[in-house]
Every structure is written in structure tokens, then in C-alpha cells.
Ligand binder design. Structure first.
Ligand SMILES: Nc1nc2c(ncn2[C@@H]2O[C@H](COP(=O)(O)OP(=O)(O)OP(=O)(O)O)[C@@H](O)[C@H]2O)c(=O)[nH]1
Length: 452
């Protein structure tokens, strides 16, 4: 099916199996330390300066309201389990030496099927698990070994959040009948765990209607909590829909500095390029040399094309140049990194608005996805950040990072309840494969400390 005639849409997520790595581990080792971070001693080649395609003083409203639902024409098709990006293996190898918290890529069962996407030149692209093309609504086949392995990692990541919560709940419900006092105390606990007032009330309401006046155990509460949290999360747990008829589908990544933008872009690029898609990464955070260099390293290690500019250059100009270059080179996906200096909100707003506006000059629908990264460890701040970036840049999807090792994972539930924006992926580590599609039930079960 030629892309020129049929709008190809596929969705994106889930883990991939490991396979051969054509890139040598030492290629990464030379520029990255064991945590996958930039080795400052390693030089990065000089970058061309971007031109400014528009006059900066004309500031229009950017983005528009965030969309809660992807377009109805985004249809999902059966998919197959793809080959893992080569970089995944190489990074694992690099990490083996020094990082005990890294998890090996799970073994892929032999019977997992593959998603394919025919390109213009009749080449067939094998999509990673979690991607789909447009001609079928078939659910993706289960891959039990991968799911179990992923759930264990998720539980491990959310252990601090769940053990704090379940420990307090268990203490509260030791030999107590469910009455108004215990319900009030439970509500306070749930709110303190960052789950949000709305979800806390949902849980106590459900518990009250099922068990009022009866003996209640911590396990009973956990089961009801998991069920109610699943209901809150299900509507936002969506795959990232890519419309490849755009060539490139432009993803603008926004968020406060340090929330994991660059790392997440690298992880996404690894998934996409690993499935055979042509990916370009644009270093739109022109304020920090390290951010530019870090993105270049991610481009190299994921086999993506890199475009950057000089420090302090116009980010919108870079975005414009990147879009033109990605188009000329027929890239499938262009991912643009941005600065996230909330310290100067006016400047940040002007910059992001301008990026959105110049991209719109080349394609009125661009950026096709505006993705915000949120750092789970910041708790309620993450909630406020969605408010801000949604207004500034028209955020229409979220990725929550650093869910590993935080006691504040509950904030994802509060954000889902309030903003109702799709949550595409969650980050549970710094490694290239530590990004997983967001699954409502898995997350709710893990946070409630229940077995899968
Ligand atoms: N533990 C953990 N660390 C993460 C995760 N995602 C990103 N990080 C780390 O968070 C730090 C900041 O990540 P960056 O990708 O540089 O964040 P950024 O938003 O691009 O920040 P700036 O470059 O300052 O704009 C790095 O040390 C990452 O390795 C995650 O899911 N878990």
C-alpha cells in the first residue's frame, strides 16, 4: 500500500526484543559514561547556525487547546514484534560493566507477531511491539514473558510509592470496621500519596458502598484502590499515534529542564529507528551546550540524523531548518528537543510559541504531536507544569519519567484525572530501554502493591 495514496497511521509503544547490535559498544563507551550520560571530554562536531525564518516580534497564540482524543481516523492495525534497535544491545553491553540496576532485555517469545508498514519503495518496515498500522483493529497478541518481566520492573520502580501507601493502609485497617472515621483517614492518606482529591474520593466512595460497617483488611482496600485507579487511567493510556503521511510526523518535546526530555527523545528514537523508520533529532534547546551534545550522542547511538545549531541561536529557526531538511530527506519522524527554562516564563512562552508558529508555516498541522515530559519525583509540581505547558505549547500528550525509585508515583493518577491528556509512555530508568508504553491496569496494580 503506497504511502502516497493511503494515510498510514500507526501507534507506538511497548518494549522490543533485543537482537544483534551492528554498532559496537565502545562507540558509546567513548562518549557516554556508565549511566549513559555525556562524557564532557568527548568533542562534538561544530554545528551550522540556524536562520531565523520569521520576525520575532510577531507573537501569536500557540498550540490551542490540548486534544484529549486522537483523531477518529487514526485506526489501528495488527502488528508484529520487531527487532530491537541495535543500540539497545550495545547500551546493555556498555552498562553491564558498571550498573547493577540495569535490566537485561527480556527474551522475546518465538510466537510474537510483527507489525509491518509498507513504504513508498515497497520496502517493508517492521514495527516494534506497540506500533500498529491503519487497516485493522485487531488487538495485539499477548507476549506473556515480556509482560511479566515488564510488570516486575514496573513494580520494582513503583515499590516506594506502593509500599508507603499500602503500609499506611494496612496499619489503618488492622482490626477495624469501616466507618466514617476510617474513611476520612483513608481519604487523607490517599491525598497525601499524591493521588488527588478526586481519585481519593472515588476510592473511599467505592469502598464505602461495598463494605460500610464490615471488617475491612488492607488487601480489600488495595483491591478496590487498584480497580478505581484503573478506571481513572484507562481513558488516558493510549498509544502514540503517528501519521506517516506527513513525512515527517513532527513531535515537539517540551517540559521543564531536567524532566527527562533529551533522554526520552533518545529512548523514543531508539524504538522508532529500531523498527526501520527514518528519524531525525533536532536540538532545539539552544541554551545549553550539554543538551545539544547529549542529543547528538543519542542521534548517533540510535542511527538517527542529527540537526543542531550554535549555542544561543534561534530555536525556531533551527526547528524550521530541521523540518525542511527532514522533508527533503524523507524522514518519517522528526523529534524536536526544546529548552524548558521556567525561570523566565515570558521568554519560554515566546520561544515555544514561535517554534509552533514556524512549523505551522511548513505544515498547518505541525507539530503533529506536542509531548510533555514530567518528572514524577516533583509530585504536585508536575501537575502545575502540565497547566503551564498545555497553555503555552498546546501539549497533547504526556510521558512521565523517573517513576523508578520515587514515592510520588501517585501524581500520575491525579494528572490523568485532572487533565485527561493521553499518557503514552513512562520512564523507569536512565537506560535506552527504560521507557515503556503506559498500561492503566499494570500501573494501578503495581501502585496498589498487588500481584499481577
Ligand atoms: N531514574 C531515572 N532517571 C531519568 C529518567 N529519565 C531521565 N532521567 C535522568 O534525568 C536526568 C535529566 O534528563 P535529561 O534528559 O537531561 O532532561 P532534560 O529535560 O532534557 O533536561 P535539560 O537537558 O536540562 O533540558 C538525566 O540524568 C537522565 O538520565 C528515568 O525515567 N528514570
Amino acid at each position: 500500500m503506497a504511502l502516497g495514496f493511503i494515510k498510514k497511521v500507526f501507534t507506538f509503544g511497548k518494549n522490543k526484543p533485543a537482537e544483534e547490535a551492528p554498532v559496537e559498544a565502545e562507540d558509546f563507551a567513548s562518549v557516554l559514561d556508565a549511566a549513559g550520560q555525556l562524557n564532557a571530554d568527548e568533542p562534538v562536531e561544530a554545528l551550522p547556525e540556524a536562520t531565523d525564518p520569521i520576525t520575532p516580534e510577531v507573537i501569536e497564540t500557540a498550540g490551542g487547546p490540548a486534544e484529549d482524543e486522537p483523531s477518529a481516523e487514526l485506526v489501528i492495525e495488527a502488528e508484529t514484534e520487531p527487532a530491537a534497535p541495535a543500540e539497545t544491545m550495545a547500551v546493555e553491553e556498555v552498562q553491564e560493566a558498571g550498573e547493577s540496576h540495569r535490566h537485561p532485555q527480556p527474551e522475546q517469545p518465538a510466537d510474537v507477531t510483527h507489525g509491518t508498514l509498507e513504504q513508498d519503495d515497497d520496502d517493508t518496515v517492521t514495527l516494534p511491539k506497540g506500533f500498529a498500522t491503519a487497516s485493522t483493529l485487531e488487538p495485539e497478541p499477548e507476549a506473556p514473558a515480556v509482560r511479566i518481566s515488564w510488570f516486575q520492573r514496573l513494580r520494582q520502580g513503583l515499590a516506594r510509592t506502593s509500599s508507603q501507601l499500602t503500609g499506611q493502609i494496612a496499619a489503618l485497617f488492622t482490626k477495624r470496621k469501616l466507618d466514617e472515621d476510617t474513611l476520612d483517614e483513608l481519604e487523607d492518606l490517599l491525598i497525601q500519596a499524591d493521588l488527588g482529591v478526586e481519585t481519593a474520593m472515588r476510592i473511599t466512595g467505592a469502598l464505602s458502598s461495598e463494605r460500610y460497617g464490615k471488617d475491612v483488611s488492607g488487601e480489600d482496600v488495595a483491591a478496590i484502590m487498584a480497580s478505581e485507579i484503573t478506571k481513572v487511567l484507562k481513558p488516558v493510556a493510549k498509544p502514540l499515534a503517528l501519521d506517516l503521511s506527513h513525512k515527517p510526523h513532527v513531535i515537539l518535546v517540551v517540559g521543564v529542564n531536567g524532566t527527562g526530555k533529551t533522554t526520552t527523545i533518545g529512548k523514543l528514537a531508539a524504538k522508532l529507528s529500531g523498527s526501520g523508520l527514518k528519524v531525525m533529532l533536532a536540538a532545539g534547546d539552544t541554551f545549553r551546550a550539554a543538551a545539544i551534545e547529549q542529543l547528538k550522542i543519542w542521534a548517533d547511538r540510535t542511527g538517527s540524523t542529527f540537526i543542531g545549531t550554535k549555542l544561543g541561536a534561534d530555536a525556531a529557526g533551527l526547528a524550521y531548518d530541521a523540518f525542511e531538511k527532514a522533508r527533503a530527506e524523507k524522514s518519517d519522524v522528526l523529534i524536536i528537543d526544546t529548552a524548558g527554562r521556567l525561570q523566565n516564563k515570558t521568554e519560554l512562552m515566546a520561544e515555544l510559541e514561535k517554534i509552533v508558529r514556524v512549523l505551522g508555516k511548513l505544515d498547518p498541522d505541525a507539530p503533529h504531536t506536542v509531548l510533555q515530559t514530567l518528572d514524577a519525583t516533583t509530585g504536585q509540581n508536575a501537575m502545575n507544569q502540565v497547566e503551564i505547558f498545555r497553555n503555552i505549547a498546546g501539549v497533547n500528550g504526556l510521558i512521565m519519567t523517573k517513576l523508578d525509585g520515587t514515592a510520588r508515583g501517585g501524581i500520575l493518577v491525579a494528572i490523568a484525572a485532572k487533565h485527561k491528556l493521553p499518557v503514552y509512555f513512562i520512564g523507569v530508568g536512565e537506560g535506552v530501554d527504560d521507557l515503556e508504553p503506559f498500561e492503566a491496569e499494570d500501573f494501578a496494580t503495581a501502585i496498589a502493591g498487588l500481584p499481577h
